[in-house]
Design a protein around this ligand. Structure first.
Ligand code: SAH
Length: 357
């Protein structure tokens, strides 16, 4: 076996080496973090790009066993933000020179939903004179829908694979045709075919998942050649079926540490991609996202969802910034990012260097 410090210098990594990086503790973990930061600065630089996140609807046709807004959770009050509310949030992003916005929602595929998103895309482009970049995160759709949305102005799409192990995927989703691993994988391929910058990712530390699985997840991300990754710790939610297994998972702190190691290791494996500092990190540690920015991440998604809706978009418990409006959120973030020693890429799209290549 190679010494740890030698592995860190690799350009390619075996599965066993990835496991070793993900298992590092103490001084070795520190070395991993330092190396990831160096690789980040050398490859994508010190800038952090903002993507203003608008969670515009929590209506969802799916029933993922871990997710707080799953269809069967009747405690959730379902909402759909109005066009005006959504456009107002986007205008805030534009005026404040955030390079782009992310429109996220539960998963629907009705013609009415497809059309609504389409119109929103056009209006957002119009209000910002084409300047705001738009990322969508609205789940699995047909290739025609992806094509249509691409034409109307979306240029990036986030769709997490959640786990690249089909067997594990099956364990955290209902067994029916709406929740098939193959379908999700096909959607990622369709997004690529239709010309999006594609982002995916996994949850870290959910029941039954092992370090080997996570190493395989990293290899999967490399193999499908993604442009952007968002991944964060799994966090339990009491109104979901997976809550039953809460005694069989790592502590929150352990999941948090593992998530940071995943980010750092991914930066070594795929130096030129965009990696988001996931919001779920902040649900465990108040400065969780900034910590991710100092060890490899370069994207941050300030929440611009109208405050009244936020408590109904609780994917997991302790989701942060429930009552902080966009302005407060921005001021607070600026300070935090400076503390993390990074610079904000105002007014820039901050496209993935990997995609541009
Ligand atoms: N419906 C869209 C996006 C909304 S959910 C889609 O399917 O892509 C966005 C992400 O939140 C999911 O991909 C999942 O990775 C994450 N998420 C959901 N429940 C979570 C939980 N309990 N803990 C951590 N992350 C969770």
């Amino acid at each position: 076996m190679k010494p740890f410090s030698e592995i860190l210098k690799n350009q390619e990594f075996t599965r066993a080496e990835l496991v070793q990086l993900l298992s590092s503790e103490g001084d070795e973990r520190q070395q991993l973090f330092q190396r990831a930061q160096t690789v980040k600065l050398e490859t994508v630089g010190n800038k952090v790009y903002f993507r203003g996140l608008v969670e515009f609807s929590n209506i969802c046709a799916k029933d993922c066993l871990y997710c707080g807004i799953r269809k069967s959770n009747e405690k959730v009050i379902r909402y759909e933000a109005t066009d005006d509310e959504i456009l107002e949030a986007c205008r805030f992003a534009w005026v404040n020179r955030f390079g782009s916005v992310v429109l996220q929602s539960g998963e629907l595929s009705s013609p009415a939903f497809v059309k609504r998103v389409d119109l929103l895309l056009r209006k957002i482009k119009e209000l910002s004179s084409g300047e705001l970049g738009i990322t969508l995160s609205c789940g699995e759709q047909t290739i025609e829908t992806y094509r249509q949305w691409r034409k109307s102005g979306a240029h990036r799409y986030l769709l997490r694979i959640e786990s690249s192990n089909p067997e594990l995927y099956r364990k955290i989703h209902p067994e029916n045709e709406f929740h098939r691993f193959d379908r999700r994988l096909q959607a990622l391929k369709d997004l690529k075919t239709t010309g999006y910058q594609v982002g995916t990712g996994v949850m870290i530390g959910f029941p039954f998942q092992t370090i080997d699985d996570l190493a395989d997840d990293l290899l999967f991300l490399k193999q499908i050649d993604v442009d952007m990754v968002g991944m964060g710790p799994y966090i339990e939610h009491e109104d979901t079926p997976l809550y039953e297994f809460r005694n069989r998972i790592k502590t929150k702190q352990e999941r948090f540490d593992l998530a940071l190691k995943m980010v750092a290791t991914l930066r070594l494996l795929m130096p030129d991609i965009n990696i988001a500092a996931a919001t779920a990190l902040q649900a465990i540690d108040p400065s969780g996202r900034e910590k991710a920015l100092t060890i490899g991440a370069n994207i941050l998604m300030p929440n611009l969802t109208p405050c009244d809706y936020r408590k109904e978009y609780q994917l997991y418990e302790d989701k942060p910034c429930l009552d902080e409006d966009a302005e407060l959120c921005r001021n607070c973030l600026e300070a935090r990012i400076e503390l993390a020693g990074c610079e904000i890429g105002y007014g820039e799209w901050g496209d993935s260097k990997h995609y541009l290549k």
